[in-house]
Design a protein around this ligand. Structure first.
Ligand SMILES: NC(=O)c1ccc[n+]([C@@H]2O[C@H](COP(=O)([O-])OP(=O)(O)OC[C@H]3O[C@@H](n4cnc5c(N)ncnc54)[C@H](OP(=O)(O)O)[C@@H]3O)[C@@H](O)[C@H]2O)c1
Length: 330
Protein backbone atom coordinates (compact mmCIF):
# COMPACT_ATOMS: atom_id res chain seq x y z
CA UNK A 1 0.00 0.00 0.00
CA UNK A 2 1.31 3.46 -0.85
CA UNK A 3 0.40 6.87 0.57
CA UNK A 4 1.08 10.52 -0.26
CA UNK A 5 3.97 12.27 1.48
CA UNK A 6 5.50 15.72 1.08
CA UNK A 7 9.17 15.13 0.40
CA UNK A 8 11.77 17.88 0.68
CA UNK A 9 15.15 17.28 -0.92
CA UNK A 10 18.37 19.23 -1.34
CA UNK A 11 19.36 19.99 -4.93
CA UNK A 12 22.38 21.88 -6.26
CA UNK A 13 20.15 24.91 -6.93
CA UNK A 14 18.36 24.85 -3.55
CA UNK A 15 15.54 22.93 -1.85
CA UNK A 16 12.86 21.13 -3.80
CA UNK A 17 9.58 19.78 -2.49
CA UNK A 18 7.03 17.44 -4.04
CA UNK A 19 4.13 15.25 -3.02
CA UNK A 20 5.24 11.68 -3.79
CA UNK A 21 3.93 8.14 -3.23
CA UNK A 22 5.71 6.29 -0.43
CA UNK A 23 5.23 2.85 1.09
CA UNK A 24 4.97 1.85 4.73
CA UNK A 25 8.34 -0.01 4.62
CA UNK A 26 10.02 3.36 4.00
CA UNK A 27 8.80 4.73 7.34
CA UNK A 28 10.99 4.42 10.45
CA UNK A 29 10.41 1.58 12.90
CA UNK A 30 7.75 2.23 15.54
CA UNK A 31 4.80 0.71 17.42
CA UNK A 32 1.88 2.70 16.04
CA UNK A 33 0.89 3.47 12.44
CA UNK A 34 -1.45 6.46 12.18
CA UNK A 35 -3.68 7.55 9.30
CA UNK A 36 -3.00 11.28 9.39
CA UNK A 37 -6.20 13.26 8.80
CA UNK A 38 -4.82 16.68 9.73
CA UNK A 39 -1.44 18.25 10.47
CA UNK A 40 -0.57 21.85 11.29
CA UNK A 41 2.06 24.37 10.22
CA UNK A 42 4.61 25.78 12.66
CA UNK A 43 7.71 27.93 12.36
CA UNK A 44 9.85 24.81 12.92
CA UNK A 45 8.21 23.11 9.91
CA UNK A 46 9.11 26.13 7.80
CA UNK A 47 12.72 25.83 8.99
CA UNK A 48 12.83 22.09 8.23
CA UNK A 49 11.30 22.56 4.76
CA UNK A 50 13.84 25.31 4.00
CA UNK A 51 16.74 22.90 4.61
CA UNK A 52 17.73 24.18 8.06
CA UNK A 53 20.20 21.57 9.37
CA UNK A 54 19.70 22.72 12.96
CA UNK A 55 16.19 21.22 12.73
CA UNK A 56 16.64 18.41 10.17
CA UNK A 57 20.05 16.84 9.70
CA UNK A 58 19.50 14.90 6.51
CA UNK A 59 17.33 15.09 3.42
CA UNK A 60 15.21 13.87 1.63
CA UNK A 61 12.77 14.35 4.48
CA UNK A 62 9.07 14.73 5.26
CA UNK A 63 8.49 17.60 7.74
CA UNK A 64 5.43 18.02 9.99
CA UNK A 65 5.88 18.19 13.77
CA UNK A 66 2.13 17.66 14.35
CA UNK A 67 -0.25 14.90 13.28
CA UNK A 68 -3.77 13.85 14.27
CA UNK A 69 -5.89 11.01 12.95
CA UNK A 70 -6.77 7.39 13.64
CA UNK A 71 -4.76 4.29 14.53
CA UNK A 72 -4.19 1.93 11.58
CA UNK A 73 -2.20 -0.66 13.56
CA UNK A 74 -0.52 -0.85 16.94
CA UNK A 75 1.94 -3.22 18.61
CA UNK A 76 1.01 -1.60 21.93
CA UNK A 77 -2.22 -2.65 23.68
CA UNK A 78 -2.79 0.92 24.83
CA UNK A 79 -4.00 1.83 21.32
CA UNK A 80 -6.80 0.19 19.32
CA UNK A 81 -7.38 0.28 15.56
CA UNK A 82 -9.59 3.26 14.70
CA UNK A 83 -8.85 5.17 17.92
CA UNK A 84 -8.47 8.95 17.48
CA UNK A 85 -4.96 10.01 18.47
CA UNK A 86 -2.42 12.78 18.04
CA UNK A 87 1.34 13.30 18.16
CA UNK A 88 3.14 16.60 18.63
CA UNK A 89 6.81 17.22 19.18
CA UNK A 90 9.55 14.77 20.20
CA UNK A 91 11.40 13.97 16.97
CA UNK A 92 8.33 13.92 14.70
CA UNK A 93 9.00 15.98 11.56
CA UNK A 94 12.54 16.80 12.63
CA UNK A 95 14.58 13.67 11.85
CA UNK A 96 11.61 11.28 11.90
CA UNK A 97 9.29 11.38 8.87
CA UNK A 98 6.52 13.75 9.95
CA UNK A 99 2.88 14.68 9.65
CA UNK A 100 2.96 16.13 6.13
CA UNK A 101 2.08 12.61 4.95
CA UNK A 102 -1.02 10.41 5.02
CA UNK A 103 0.78 7.89 7.25
CA UNK A 104 3.28 8.14 10.13
CA UNK A 105 4.83 5.37 12.25
CA UNK A 106 5.96 6.38 15.74
CA UNK A 107 6.85 4.95 19.17
CA UNK A 108 3.77 4.35 21.36
CA UNK A 109 5.26 6.62 24.04
CA UNK A 110 4.79 9.62 21.72
CA UNK A 111 1.07 9.03 21.13
CA UNK A 112 -1.69 11.02 22.87
CA UNK A 113 -5.34 10.04 23.05
CA UNK A 114 -7.81 12.60 21.76
CA UNK A 115 -10.28 13.01 24.61
CA UNK A 116 -14.03 13.77 24.28
CA UNK A 117 -14.48 17.40 23.33
CA UNK A 118 -11.72 17.67 20.73
CA UNK A 119 -11.56 16.12 17.26
CA UNK A 120 -8.54 15.72 14.96
CA UNK A 121 -9.28 18.96 13.09
CA UNK A 122 -9.57 21.06 16.26
CA UNK A 123 -6.50 19.39 17.76
CA UNK A 124 -4.54 20.55 14.72
CA UNK A 125 -5.92 24.10 15.00
CA UNK A 126 -4.10 24.06 18.33
CA UNK A 127 -1.07 22.04 17.16
CA UNK A 128 2.37 22.54 18.68
CA UNK A 129 2.00 26.33 18.54
CA UNK A 130 -1.31 26.31 20.42
CA UNK A 131 -0.22 23.76 23.02
CA UNK A 132 2.92 25.86 23.59
CA UNK A 133 0.72 28.92 24.21
CA UNK A 134 -1.36 26.87 26.68
CA UNK A 135 1.79 25.66 28.47
CA UNK A 136 3.04 29.25 28.64
CA UNK A 137 -0.23 30.34 30.29
CA UNK A 138 -0.03 27.38 32.72
CA UNK A 139 3.50 28.41 33.72
CA UNK A 140 2.51 32.07 34.15
CA UNK A 141 -0.45 31.07 36.33
CA UNK A 142 1.75 28.76 38.44
CA UNK A 143 4.03 31.80 38.93
CA UNK A 144 1.04 33.61 40.46
CA UNK A 145 -0.37 35.82 37.72
CA UNK A 146 -4.08 36.50 37.88
CA UNK A 147 -6.64 38.50 35.85
CA UNK A 148 -7.11 40.97 38.70
CA UNK A 149 -3.45 42.03 38.88
CA UNK A 150 -2.97 43.81 35.56
CA UNK A 151 -2.45 43.27 31.86
CA UNK A 152 -0.55 40.51 30.07
CA UNK A 153 1.37 41.36 26.92
CA UNK A 154 1.68 38.82 24.07
CA UNK A 155 4.48 39.26 21.51
CA UNK A 156 4.49 37.92 17.94
CA UNK A 157 0.73 38.23 18.45
CA UNK A 158 -0.34 37.39 14.89
CA UNK A 159 1.85 34.24 14.79
CA UNK A 160 0.70 30.75 15.71
CA UNK A 161 1.71 30.77 19.40
CA UNK A 162 0.79 34.45 19.74
CA UNK A 163 -2.71 34.07 18.27
CA UNK A 164 -3.61 31.25 20.65
CA UNK A 165 -1.98 33.19 23.52
CA UNK A 166 -4.23 36.22 22.85
CA UNK A 167 -7.38 34.09 22.48
CA UNK A 168 -6.71 31.94 25.54
CA UNK A 169 -5.72 34.77 27.90
CA UNK A 170 -8.81 36.72 26.79
CA UNK A 171 -10.97 33.59 27.34
CA UNK A 172 -9.54 33.33 30.89
CA UNK A 173 -10.48 36.93 31.70
CA UNK A 174 -7.11 38.69 31.32
CA UNK A 175 -6.61 42.17 29.91
CA UNK A 176 -4.45 41.29 26.88
CA UNK A 177 -2.10 43.69 25.10
CA UNK A 178 -0.89 42.46 21.72
CA UNK A 179 2.53 43.35 20.28
CA UNK A 180 2.81 42.93 16.53
CA UNK A 181 4.98 43.95 13.60
CA UNK A 182 1.90 43.92 11.33
CA UNK A 183 0.03 47.23 11.67
CA UNK A 184 -2.60 46.04 9.16
CA UNK A 185 -3.63 43.29 11.64
CA UNK A 186 -4.56 45.71 14.45
CA UNK A 187 -8.34 45.40 13.97
CA UNK A 188 -8.09 41.59 13.76
CA UNK A 189 -6.14 41.49 17.04
CA UNK A 190 -8.71 43.73 18.74
CA UNK A 191 -11.48 41.47 17.40
CA UNK A 192 -9.66 38.47 18.93
CA UNK A 193 -9.92 40.12 22.34
CA UNK A 194 -6.80 42.28 22.74
CA UNK A 195 -7.65 45.51 24.55
CA UNK A 196 -4.89 47.37 22.69
CA UNK A 197 -2.11 46.76 20.19
CA UNK A 198 1.47 48.06 20.47
CA UNK A 199 3.81 48.09 17.48
CA UNK A 200 6.98 46.00 17.80
CA UNK A 201 9.07 49.15 17.17
CA UNK A 202 7.39 51.06 20.02
CA UNK A 203 7.95 48.18 22.44
CA UNK A 204 11.59 47.79 21.39
CA UNK A 205 12.35 51.44 22.19
CA UNK A 206 12.90 50.23 25.78
CA UNK A 207 15.41 47.49 24.82
CA UNK A 208 18.76 48.03 26.49
CA UNK A 209 17.35 49.87 29.56
CA UNK A 210 17.93 48.25 32.95
CA UNK A 211 14.52 49.36 34.29
CA UNK A 212 11.50 51.16 32.82
CA UNK A 213 7.94 52.04 33.90
CA UNK A 214 6.41 48.75 35.11
CA UNK A 215 3.31 48.58 32.91
CA UNK A 216 2.59 44.88 32.47
CA UNK A 217 1.81 42.20 35.05
CA UNK A 218 3.26 39.55 32.77
CA UNK A 219 4.35 38.72 29.23
CA UNK A 220 3.89 35.69 27.01
CA UNK A 221 6.88 36.11 24.70
CA UNK A 222 7.13 34.11 21.47
CA UNK A 223 9.92 36.16 19.86
CA UNK A 224 13.04 36.31 22.09
CA UNK A 225 16.04 38.55 21.29
CA UNK A 226 15.59 42.31 21.67
CA UNK A 227 11.81 41.93 22.12
CA UNK A 228 12.42 39.89 25.27
CA UNK A 229 15.08 42.41 26.25
CA UNK A 230 12.45 45.18 26.05
CA UNK A 231 9.83 43.26 28.08
CA UNK A 232 11.87 42.43 31.18
CA UNK A 233 12.37 46.07 32.36
CA UNK A 234 8.61 46.76 32.00
CA UNK A 235 7.21 43.98 34.22
CA UNK A 236 5.49 44.87 37.50
CA UNK A 237 6.90 43.65 40.85
CA UNK A 238 6.38 39.87 41.32
CA UNK A 239 5.31 39.55 37.67
CA UNK A 240 6.56 36.97 35.18
CA UNK A 241 7.67 36.51 31.58
CA UNK A 242 7.39 33.21 29.71
CA UNK A 243 9.60 32.72 26.69
CA UNK A 244 9.43 30.01 24.02
CA UNK A 245 10.75 31.36 20.72
CA UNK A 246 13.74 32.77 18.92
CA UNK A 247 12.53 34.46 15.73
CA UNK A 248 13.79 37.77 17.15
CA UNK A 249 17.18 36.32 18.12
CA UNK A 250 18.70 33.57 20.24
CA UNK A 251 20.38 35.83 22.79
CA UNK A 252 19.38 38.90 24.78
CA UNK A 253 20.88 41.29 27.32
CA UNK A 254 19.27 41.93 30.68
CA UNK A 255 20.09 43.73 33.90
CA UNK A 256 19.66 41.82 37.15
CA UNK A 257 17.66 44.77 38.59
CA UNK A 258 14.15 43.66 37.45
CA UNK A 259 14.88 40.26 39.03
CA UNK A 260 16.41 41.43 42.33
CA UNK A 261 14.49 44.70 42.86
CA UNK A 262 11.06 43.75 41.41
CA UNK A 263 11.29 39.99 41.99
CA UNK A 264 10.14 39.10 38.49
CA UNK A 265 10.45 35.56 37.09
CA UNK A 266 11.64 34.44 33.67
CA UNK A 267 10.02 31.13 32.69
CA UNK A 268 11.31 28.94 29.87
CA UNK A 269 8.70 26.93 27.97
CA UNK A 270 9.37 23.66 26.13
CA UNK A 271 6.48 21.73 24.60
CA UNK A 272 8.60 19.32 22.56
CA UNK A 273 10.41 17.00 24.98
CA UNK A 274 8.20 17.18 28.08
CA UNK A 275 6.77 13.86 29.37
CA UNK A 276 3.79 12.53 27.41
CA UNK A 277 1.64 12.69 30.58
CA UNK A 278 2.24 16.46 30.78
CA UNK A 279 1.27 16.81 27.11
CA UNK A 280 -1.87 14.75 27.71
CA UNK A 281 -2.79 17.00 30.66
CA UNK A 282 -2.62 20.08 28.40
CA UNK A 283 -4.66 18.37 25.67
CA UNK A 284 -7.30 17.32 28.24
CA UNK A 285 -7.43 20.91 29.51
CA UNK A 286 -7.93 22.47 26.06
CA UNK A 287 -10.65 19.87 25.33
CA UNK A 288 -12.43 20.94 28.55
CA UNK A 289 -12.21 24.17 30.56
CA UNK A 290 -9.80 25.87 28.14
CA UNK A 291 -11.83 24.94 25.03
CA UNK A 292 -11.53 27.86 22.58
CA UNK A 293 -14.42 28.00 20.15
CA UNK A 294 -12.98 31.25 18.73
CA UNK A 295 -9.86 29.43 17.51
CA UNK A 296 -11.59 28.08 14.39
CA UNK A 297 -12.05 31.64 13.05
CA UNK A 298 -8.28 32.23 13.43
CA UNK A 299 -7.41 28.99 11.62
CA UNK A 300 -6.85 28.75 7.86
CA UNK A 301 -7.34 25.24 6.54
CA UNK A 302 -5.13 24.49 3.54
CA UNK A 303 -4.91 21.57 1.14
CA UNK A 304 -1.77 19.77 -0.04
CA UNK A 305 -1.28 22.13 -2.99
CA UNK A 306 -0.97 25.20 -0.73
CA UNK A 307 1.61 23.73 1.65
CA UNK A 308 4.80 25.01 -0.03
CA UNK A 309 3.66 28.62 -0.42
CA UNK A 310 2.26 28.75 3.14
CA UNK A 311 5.54 27.47 4.63
CA UNK A 312 7.41 30.19 2.68
CA UNK A 313 5.06 32.82 4.12
CA UNK A 314 5.62 31.56 7.68
CA UNK A 315 9.41 31.50 7.22
CA UNK A 316 9.26 35.16 6.15
CA UNK A 317 7.38 36.07 9.37
CA UNK A 318 4.25 36.85 7.32
CA UNK A 319 1.99 34.10 8.67
CA UNK A 320 -1.24 35.14 10.37
CA UNK A 321 -2.98 32.87 12.90
CA UNK A 322 -2.93 29.09 12.72
CA UNK A 323 -2.66 26.95 9.57
CA UNK A 324 -4.16 23.45 9.49
CA UNK A 325 -3.27 20.99 6.72
CA UNK A 326 -6.12 18.75 5.58
CA UNK A 327 -4.33 15.71 4.10
CA UNK A 328 -7.45 14.69 2.14
CA UNK A 329 -7.77 18.04 0.38
CA UNK A 330 -5.87 18.57 -2.88
N1 LIG B 1 9.79 26.12 23.03
C1 LIG B 1 8.93 25.38 22.38
O1 LIG B 1 8.59 24.27 22.77
C2 LIG B 1 8.29 25.96 21.14
C3 LIG B 1 7.13 25.40 20.62
C4 LIG B 1 6.51 26.02 19.53
C5 LIG B 1 7.09 27.15 18.96
N2 LIG B 1 8.26 27.61 19.47
C6 LIG B 1 8.88 28.81 18.91
O2 LIG B 1 8.01 29.91 19.11
C7 LIG B 1 8.20 30.85 18.08
C8 LIG B 1 6.87 31.20 17.45
O3 LIG B 1 6.38 30.06 16.77
P1 LIG B 1 5.12 30.18 15.81
O4 LIG B 1 4.82 28.82 15.32
O5 LIG B 1 4.07 30.99 16.50
O6 LIG B 1 5.73 31.06 14.61
P2 LIG B 1 4.96 31.98 13.57
O7 LIG B 1 3.57 31.52 13.36
O8 LIG B 1 5.87 32.11 12.41
O9 LIG B 1 4.85 33.39 14.32
C9 LIG B 1 5.94 34.14 14.70
C10 LIG B 1 5.55 35.62 14.80
O10 LIG B 1 6.68 36.36 15.32
C11 LIG B 1 6.68 37.67 14.75
N3 LIG B 1 7.95 37.87 14.05
C12 LIG B 1 8.32 37.38 12.85
N4 LIG B 1 9.57 37.77 12.54
C13 LIG B 1 10.00 38.53 13.56
C14 LIG B 1 11.22 39.22 13.82
N5 LIG B 1 12.24 39.21 12.97
N6 LIG B 1 11.33 39.89 14.98
C15 LIG B 1 10.30 39.90 15.85
N7 LIG B 1 9.11 39.26 15.66
C16 LIG B 1 8.98 38.58 14.53
C17 LIG B 1 5.50 37.72 13.77
O11 LIG B 1 4.37 38.22 14.51
P3 LIG B 1 3.96 39.79 14.49
O12 LIG B 1 4.12 40.22 13.05
O13 LIG B 1 2.55 39.80 14.97
O14 LIG B 1 4.92 40.50 15.39
C18 LIG B 1 5.26 36.27 13.45
O15 LIG B 1 3.96 36.05 12.98
C19 LIG B 1 9.21 30.23 17.10
O16 LIG B 1 10.52 30.71 17.40
C20 LIG B 1 9.11 28.76 17.42
O17 LIG B 1 10.29 28.06 17.06
C21 LIG B 1 8.86 27.05 20.53
Amino acid sequence: MTFLAYQVSEQDDGMQANWIERSLDELPAGDVVIDVEFSSLNYKDALSASGNHGVTKSFPHTPGIDAAGSVVSSDDDAFKVGQQVMVFGYDLGMNTAGGFAKRIRVPAKWVLTLPEGIDAATAMSWGTAGFTAALSVLKLERAGISPKNGSVVVTGATGGVGTVGVLLLNHLGYDVIAVSGKSEQEQALLAMGASSVISREDLMAVAGKAMARPQFQAALDTVGGTVLEALIPQIQPEGAVSTCGMIGGVSFKASVFPFIIRGISLLGVDSVEIPVADKQAVVDKVAGPWRLDALEASTTEIGRGQLGETLTQILAGKGVGRYRLNLSKA
